[in-house]
Each structure stands twice: as structure tokens, then as C-alpha cells.
Design a protein around this ligand. Structure first.
Ligand SMILES: NC(=O)c1ccc[n+]([C@@H]2O[C@H](COP(=O)([O-])OP(=O)(O)OC[C@H]3O[C@@H](n4cnc5c(N)ncnc54)[C@H](OP(=O)(O)O)[C@@H]3O)[C@@H](O)[C@H]2O)c1
Length: 319
């Protein structure tokens, strides 16, 4: 049996049905009201759980006695991105530190054999040398001030899980979610190409991310894997393609100094220096194949759908 913490979220809700289809029994946690029905409809037994309540975590995991556990909890559903990156990620950072520690302690006590946790790949690696990094390449040794706590939380997550014999999945930027935070700014031309637009992003379609997660849960071997597509790409390449798929006007170009003034250092870094990641290890060791090897086709399929193209307020009203 597999325990999915964060089953009601963007990745959890793709992961649970795939696990069920593979014949696994799944317990899926949610935290917000209304989550129980959502998780049940995905095919899992729903359990309400706040990962920041360590004694509740212990009780849930010991009660479930799962064979494997996946930590997929973040708190980004209503995130509004500002120049203070760490403020946006504050609750997610707690889930990645306190939440991870609570789950690991409970999993160890319950004798859980596999532990697979959600981490992040894009913009994590050192901003030097090549623009496409493997899992062995060093992480950014000097993250920008506004992102320091978020980098530290992910380092804690990666280190704690691997030290306990678990697996870390460094996902690319997800696309395919109904509440995708990029749609509105790109439609409104509020997401510009900064400077030369050379900062590289690695993306991953949520369905492909879920496939890799199933494989990692079923594999009896720990490790760190970049779960990204085949085509890490600079902002100047992918942003116009996304805008076109959304039926929006092409993105604006702005100089670095202006972006720094209005959006802060982190926005400039993401637009000009960020590194992407290679998926070679995940393909080799997990036997993973992608339905959407490039965001080029993936964006057209996801953002070209009528419901994704509708402004987010309209989609909320329709829901
Ligand atoms: N790699 C990436 O690019 C990446 C990673 C994560 C998210 N995102 C994006 O961010 C957006 C929001 O993500 P999302 O829809 O998955 O929402 P989210 O708010 O990030 O929630 C994710 C999961 O974590 C659970 N959760 C939140 N707080 C918790 C807590 N204190 N204790 C236990 N569980 C908790 C949520 O439960 P409830 O739903 O019940 O609150 C949900 O199951 C999506 O568009 C997604 O694609 C991107």
C-alpha cells in the first residue's frame, strides 16, 4: 500500500490514479476542506492531514502501515509571486523541512520501505559552466538573498531524504495544472524576456512527472533524479511559444535594470542565468519514457485547450 501525502494537489491528483491503475492500494492525504471527495474520486482512501502537526503525521502513518510513501505536499495553490521569493514559499519551505522530518520519522518507525519526495530542479544548480546540469553537478553555492530560505529548505529536503535511504525527484516546472500560475501573466504580457533571455528552464508535463514518480516508488533503490523533459530551453525560446499557444501577444523585452527595479534580483536571475537539468539518469535508471519529451508539443496540447485559454476568473466561475 502506498501513502501519498498531498494527494489532492497538482501532482498528487495525477499520481494517485496511475498508482491505482498499476494495482496499488493508495491512502491519499489532503489538508483543505473538500479534499476528501476529491481524493476518493481519484481512487484513494482519503485522510485529512496537516504535515506540520508531527503527532498527527505519526498517527496517520503508523495507522496506515504503508509499504511506500510519497511526499508531494506544497502550499502554492494561491501563491502570489513577488520580489520576495522566500515569502511566497514560506509555507512550502516548512512542508519541505518540518513536514519532511515528521514524515521521515514516522516512516522509519512504521518500517516503510520506500520514501519518494518532491524536490525541484530548475534554477537550483550553480549558475556557472554549462546550462544543462546533471544530478552530480553542484547546487548554487550562493543563492540570491531573496531565495536563500527556499534553497536551504530544498537542500534540507534532499539531504534528509537521501540520508534516510529515500529518493528525491527534482521535478522541472510543472505544466498541465488547472491552476497553472504562468497562464495569466503570459496572457497579460506581464512576463517579459529579461535582457538576452538566456536563463534556462526545465519543464515537465504533470502526467510525465507522475509516471516517473510511480517508477521511482516501485524501484527498490534510492537516488536523486531530475524529472524534466528532453529540452531545457532559454526563456527567449519557450516564452514566445507559450504565449502563442495561449493565443496571447508575444512577450515584451525589457532590460535587466528595469526588471531588477520592478521585479527584483530573482526575476533577473531566472531570466538570464538560471540553469536547466538533464533527464538522462532518470531515463536510464527508472526506465522512464516521456509522452511529452518537449514542452513545444506539450504547451500546444495543454495551453491550446479552450479551458486553459480562458482567463482564470472565467474558469473559476465555470467550475
Ligand atoms: N515543480 C513545480 O513546478 C511545482 C511544484 C509544486 C506546485 N507547482 C504548481 O503550483 C500550483 C499549486 O499546486 P497545487 O495545486 O498542487 O497546490 P498546493 O497548495 O501546492 O498543494 C499541494 C498538496 O499539498 C497539500 N498541502 C498543502 N498544505 C499542506 C499541509 N500543511 N499539510 C499537508 N498537506 C498540505 C495540499 O492539500 P490541499 O489541496 O487539501 O490543500 C495538496 O494536496 C500548481 O499549478 C502546480 O502545478 C509547481
Amino acid at each position: 500500500m502506498i501513502f501519498v501525502a498531498g494527494a489532492s494537489g497538482a501532482i498528487g491528483s495525477r499520481l494517485v490514479p496511475q498508482l491505482v491503475e498499476r494495482g496499488h492500494e493508495v491512502i491519499g492525504t489532503f489538508n483543505s476542506p473538500g479534499g476528501a471527495e476529491r481524493v476518493r474520486a481519484l481512487g484513494a482512501k482519503p485522510v485529512k492531514l496537516d504535515l506540520l502537526d508531527a503527532s498527527a503525521v505519526r498517527k496517520s502513518v503508523l495507522g496506515a502501515q504503508p509499504d511506500a510513501l510519497s511526499h508531494q505536499a506544497t502550499a502554492l495553490a494561491n501563491a502570489s509571486f513577488s520580489r520576495n521569493f522566500d515569502k511566497t514559499f514560506a509555507q512550502t519551505n516548512r512542508l519541505r523541512t518540518e513536514g519532511t522530518d515528521a514524515l521521515l520519522a514516522a516512516a522509519q518507525e512504521a518500517g516503510v520501505r520506500r520514501f519518494v519526495a518532491q524536490s525541484f530542479a530548475s534554477a537550483r544548480y550553480a549558475r556557472a559552466g554549462g546550462f544543462v546540469k546533471s544530478e552530480d553537478d553542484p547546487l548554487d553555492p550562493a543563492p540570491l538573498a531573496a531565495t536563500r530560505e527556499s534553497h536551504a529548505a530544498m537542500r534540507h529536503l534532499d539531504a534528509a531524504v537521501t540520508a534516510a535511504g529515500g529518493t528525491i525527484l527534482r521535478y522541472g516546472g510543472f505544466y498541465g495544472a488547472d491552476n497553472d500560475g504562468l497562464i495569466e501573466p503570459v496572457r497579460k504580457r506581464q512576463f517579459p524576456i529579461v535582457g538576452d533571455g538566456a536563463g534556462v528552464t526545465s519543464f515537465i508535463h504533470l502526467d510525465d512527472a507522475a509516471v516517473a514518480t510511480v517508477l521511482a516508488l516501485e524501484l527498490d533503490r534510492p537516488g536523486i533524479y531530475n524529472i524534466v523533459d528532453d529540452e531545457p530551453a532559454p526563456v527567449r525560446e519557450w516564452l514566445p511559444v507559450m504565449a502563442e499557444a495561449l493565443g496571447a501577444k508575444p512577450p515584451r523585452h525589457i532590460p535587466r535594470w528595469l526588471a531588477r527595479l520592478f521585479a527584483g534580483d530573482a526575476a533577473v536571475m531566472l531570466g538570464t542565468e538560471s540553469r536547466g537539468a538533464s533527464n538522462a539518469k532518470a531515463k536510464r535508471e527508472l526506465g522512464w519514457t516521456l509522452r511529452w519529451p518537449s514542452w513545444r508539443e506539450g504547451f500546444a496540447a495543454v495551453y491550446g485547450r479552450s479551458e486553459a485559454v480562458a482567463p482564470i476568473e472565467l474558469r473559476r466561475k465555470a467550475a
